[in-house]
Design a protein around this ligand. Structure first.
Ligand SMILES: [Zn+2]
Length: 454
């Protein structure tokens, strides 16, 4: 692929330009103003000048060496988003039960619905989430649910990356090795870890401190260490969870997990709303990356995570959507804006958290917490995961500082193209890998099937 007339976000989230940007083998290969050096000669039309307020159409033209050529005039090429906490199949429960207490919502709505999920519904629910993710600029998600192989199938069909885990939940003292969920995790790891040039990573997961016993936590910690697996957990999401753990174990969930050895492998900890200062020190010491889920924390009235305090103490923070059932969309622009606004109002300090730090959370930090060290930056040698944003959109003008516009004025409608490992997944409203109408109708059909059973 050859991008021409490129304005892009560099690793410091400043605008930079290059006349040509070549993409080879799914990676950014060369930034040059002299195409002769790249060995590529152009023959196709070079695109049209863009009218103000008109979204540029991204037209491809052929070049002699059969590289696809895209004129990027009027666009910003920026890193794609990495969603650090999701439960993708739950898109089938979008808007299913509102204004309920968490307990009532889970007991009366979510768990009865989940009892009727099967391979088909998991697949189409995941596909619906992947379509929404791609349209919104997300190319990779850290995803915790079950029916792992059906989720992997959807990820591969959608052309995106995923760190997928089967969360363990164990209340009754069964040996964790005897649990079906553990066996599912093991076989998913054996079958899919590293699949498709690393697009699929299988992680270990404990759902939460309050949903498993200690032998399960310690056992999974040992298993993850022995098999070089990454870990995905919920941590101190609600005050009730945090306080109950202190009352029961005389330690916080973070202290408990650290003592069980669970944080000794690279870990993504979702929420961390109620963590203490000493918890934050543990997160820093263990290099845990925190997944901040602002919409879900607001909607479930969980609280406001002390993000700026964590960042001041050197903890790395990424952004997650949580499930569509508690969000109710996969809108990373909204998440970025809320991250900034919540940090400011919760500290009563409008100077905290610069837009560039928020962009880093949405992109590079998300890639890092997925163990994707070669992703999340527009730079030579890095994987070509990027979105093309419409610089001519009303909300992107004028540009005093582009990071400010992207974080506080942007929305998914400015995403014109989404690319993962150099493959175009979405362009000018069209999906390239699947039939979106089929995805929507099958997701609706599965939802209706389940609603007849609950
Ligand atoms: Zn969650």
């Amino acid at each position: 692929m050859l991008l021409k007339n490129v304005t892009y976000l560099d690793e410091n989230f400043n605008l930079a330009t290059t006349k040509y940007l070549t993409i080879e083998n799914g990676r950014f290969a060369e930034f040059t103003d002299d195409l002769k050096k790249s060995g590529c000669s152009l023959t196709g039309p070079m695109g049209n000048p863009v009218n103000y307020q008109r979204a540029p159409q991204i037209k491809a033209a052929e070049v002699k060496n059969e590289k696809e050529q895209i004129d990027c005039t009027g666009l910003i090429i920026m890193p794609a988003f990495y969603n650090s906490h999701a439960h993708s199949p739950m898109s089938l429960m979008r808007g299913y039960g509102e204004n309920m207490s968490l307990n009532e919502w889970l007991t009366d709505k979510i768990w009865p619905f989940e009892a009727h999920l099967n391979s088909e519904s998991i697949y189409w629910g995941t596909m619906l989430s992947m379509a929404e993710s791609i349209r919104n600029g997300i190319v990779s998600s850290t995803d915790m649910y079950y029916f792992t192989s059906d989720m992997v199938r959807a990820y591969l069909d959608a052309g995106v990356k995923g760190n997928i885990s089967r969360a363990l939940v164990n209340f009754d003292g069964t040996s964790y090795k005897e649990m079906e969920s553990f066996k599912e995790m093991e076989s998913a790891y054996r079958d899919f870890n590293g699949y498709d040039d690393g697009k699929i990573i299988i992680e270990a997961s404990i759902h939460g401190e309050y949903t498993s016993d200690e032998q399960t936590v310690r056992g999974l910690a040992e298993h993850a260490k022995a098999n070089n697996m990454r870990m995905h957990i919920h941590l101190s999401e609600t005050r009730e969870e945090h306080e109950n753990c202190k009352a029961k174990r005389k330690k916080t969930p973070c202290e408990y997990f650290a003592q069980c050895g669970l944080l000794d492998v690279p870990t993504t900890a979702a929420h961390c709303v109620w963590v203490t200062d000493s918890d934050i020190d543990i997160l820093k010491e263990k290099n845990v990356i925190v997944s901040h889920n602002p919409q879900s924390n607001l909607k479930l009235a969980s609280g406001i995570a002390p993000i700026s305090r964590m960042m001041d103490r050197g903890v790395s923070v990424a952004i997650g959507t949580d499930s569509v059932a508690s969000n109710n969309s996969l809108n990373f622009f909204e998440a970025m804006k809320l991250m900034g606004l919540l940090a400011k109002v919760s500290t009563m300090d409008p100077t905290v958290l610069a837009p560039k730090e928020i962009l880093a959370a949405a992109t590079r930090n998300g890639a890092l917490t997925q163990g994707r060290d070669d992703c999340g930056v527009i730079k030579e040698g890095f994987r070509a995961d990027f979105i093309a944003v419409n610089l001519n959109d009303i909300a992107m003008n004028p540009v005093h500082e582009i990071a400010n516009n992207l974080v506080y004025s942007g929305d998914p409608s400015i995403v014109k193209m989404t690319v993962c490992d150099g493959e175009i997944l979405y362009r000018d409203g069209e999906f390239t890998k699947f039939d979106i109408e089929k995805v929507i109708s099958n997701a609706n059909r599965e939802t209706e099937r389940i609603l007849k059973l609950v």
